[in-house]
Structures are given as C-alpha cells and as structure tokens.
Design a protein around this ligand. Structure first.
Ligand code: ASP
Length: 349
C-alpha cells in the first residue's frame, strides 16, 4: 500500500508489526488491529515531505508473540526495499521491541540508512496516548539529513518518550510509565523538545565498517536458538539445571550474575557450568544490574566465572547479548569468544 504525499520527498517504508500503538479494546483485553484499521487512525502527515509505503507482518501481534522468525521477516522487508527507500520506521509492541532492535542490528549490518523502531504505552485511539508523537517523531528522525545530505541517524535506533536510543543499547525498564525505555550504558542519540537535537558524538560511534555504501547491507538471517539464560538468585537449586546443561542442543548460557559478575561458591553449580564449558558450551557473564559493566577480576566471586571459562558480557544489555549470541551461533565460522568480545554494531564498549 503506498500513500504518496509529495512528489519530491523522503521515501520511507513503514513496517507495522502490531503492539499497543495499534491496539483496541476487546472482551479479552487489548488486541492489535489490522494495517487498514491502523491507517484510519494514523495522524495526518501532510506536513511532512514524505512518500510512505506501508507494509505489515501477515498478522500484526502483541510483541510478546514475536519470535526470531519475525525478526527475519522484518529484516527481509528492509532488505527487499533497501535500495529504493531512504529510511524505515518499524511500529512495534514495547514488550520485546529492544530484542527486535538489537537482533536487527546484528542481522542487518552496514545498511547506512535509518531504521527507527517505535511503539507506545497507550493505543493511538486513546485521548492521552503517546502514540502520535512517537510516530511523528520517528518519522522526522528517519527523514533527517545531515549537512552532507546523508541520513543523520544511519543506525538501527528506537524512539520513545522524547529520546532516541541506539537499538542494541536500549532496554524496556518501565511497564506503565511513558518513560518506558532507557540506555544506561550509552548516551541518547537525540532528544526531542520543540526541536530534535542530535548527539552527533554518539551517532555512529563504535559501529565498525564505516563509511557504508548506503542501501547495500550485509544480511545474516541465520539465528541459533540453542541459548538459555540462567538468572542467579539466593537459593537457586543447581540440580534443576542438570538436564538443560547436558542437553547437546544448548550451545550457550547467559549467566545473569550479581553486580560486577559475581556468583556463589556453590560447588554443584560450578561443576555443572564447568562440564558445560568442557563440552564446548559458551558461558556468557552478564550482570543483573541495569547499568555499569561486568568486571570478572574485581571480586573473588567474579573470578569464579573467569576460572570456569566464561566470556564477559561487558556493558551489553541482556537483549543485545542474547541476540548477538543467536547471531554468532547461527552464522558460525568465526571464533565465538573473539567475535562476541568485539563490537558488531556499536553494541558494547
Ligand atoms: N504487550 C504490548 C506489546 O508488546 C505492549 C506494548 O506495545 O506497549 O505488544
């Protein structure tokens, strides 16, 4: 479906995946509407010099239903239109939006064009909704050009509540508030007041391979879901993990450790993890803390993970570490430990 608004304009592909932004009340709670119904509610964008092409996933959904196969579908749509579109806006549920944005940043590299994810806490039709302003601002960011005529934000990013975040640095941190997202370990890429102020020093930083040839992305659709996350808590029973850690299809475990990456001196847990690493499994050390970074040399309790052969997740978000792991396992080839420790798309450091 194409809605052409001006002749000389930015060509933007809008990908609708579902989420609260396009939901309506039903007898069983909020459910996503179709693209056609969403179109009727989308605010007028006549003020923008934009030629909008709209596509939708076959079935718009609550983002808690999204799976890696849907990331592949979103990426394939971007890839298909990568040459002729100037930018992409993805309307998405907030629950797993940070996962999708992070996953896409590994699956689609060097696009050199903006891919702006956004959603909302209240549906478009709600009188106090944050949806219209997010949609409009995401569009404005997607269209923005720098003084050189190139896209101002050639990144996979996420716009929410007056801020633009790097897609693989952002997390959903509030279930109800309008300030639902933050990226504690990376500066915002832009802030929207009456004007949108871009943080030039943060945009594009740490993303290898620049300058990119616009619209010629590297595409890595293969993802391996043989990944588990082990969140530590006082009283964790290691025996409950016995079967999973001996399952040969489990290739990586993200250990959500305490603080700087600390784990208890539990011999049974250590033995299980040691056996997992010895059979070729990848152990990735993350922190349960939202900000800061893993430092496995700081405490004796952190050195335990180091001694087990764990790979430090450094300052990565859980979402980025998980999707990077799926990507690296799926793509294969390179040395996992080395590849994980390097920035693929500005995801760490
Ligand atoms: N459950 C919704 C979703 O993720 C929440 C939202 O969009 O805000 O699709």
């Amino acid at each position: 479906m194409t809605r052409s608004l001006r002749s000389h304009s930015s060509r933007i592909l809008l990908i609708y995946t579902g989420g609260t932004i396009g939901m309506k009340e039903s007898s069983s709670g909020l459910v996503p509407v179709s693209l056609e119904d969403l179109l009727e509610q989308l605010p007028d964008i006549d003020a923008f010099p934009v030629e909008l092409t709209l596509v939708s996933l076959d079935r718009p959904m609550d983002s808690s239903d999204l799976k890696p196969e849907h990331w592949v579908q979103i990426g394939a749509l971007i890839l298909k239109h990568s040459a002729e579109m100037d930018a992409f806006v993805v309307l998405h549920g907030t629950d797993t939006m940070a996962y999708s944005a992070a996953a896409l940043s590994f699956m689609m590299q060097q696009l050199g064009k903006p891919v702006i994810f956004t959603g909302s806490q209240l549906p478009l039709g709600h009188p106090r909704s944050d949806a219209a302003s997010h949609w409009m601002s995401a569009l404005e960011v997607a269209m923005a050009l720098g003084p050189d005529g190139l896209p101002r934000v050639p990144e996979i990013a996420l716009y929410f509540n007056h801020a633009l975040y790097r897609g693989n640095r952002v997390r959903k941190l509030h279930a109800m508030g309008f300030d639902a997202f933050d990226s504690p370990n990376y500066p915002v890429l832009a802030r929207a007041g009456t004007r949108i102020e871009y943080a030039e020093e943060a945009i594009g930083q740490g993303i290898p391979g620049q300058p990119f040839r616009q619209g010629r992305p590297a595409w890595f659709p293969a993802l391996d879901q043989g990944v588990l996350s082990l969140k530590l808590f006082p009283g964790l029973r290691p025996d409950l993990w016995e079967v999973a850690l001996h399952d040969p299809t489990v290739k990586a475990v993200l250990v959500e450790a305490y603080g700087a990456g600390n784990i208890p001196a539990d011999g049974d847990l250590s033995e299980l993890l040691r056996a997992f690493v010895q059979r070729g499994g990848h152990l990735i050390a993350l922190s349960q803390c939202v900000g800061g970074q893993v430092d496995l040399t700081r405490y004796q309790s952190g050195r335990r993970l180091l001694d087990l052969g764990a790979i430090s997740g450094m300052d990565m978000t859980f979402e980025a570490a998980l999707t990077k792991t799926m990507h690296l396992l799926g793509t294969g080839g390179s040395d996992f430990r080395e590849a994980f420790g390097q920035s693929i798309s500005g995801d760490l450091g």
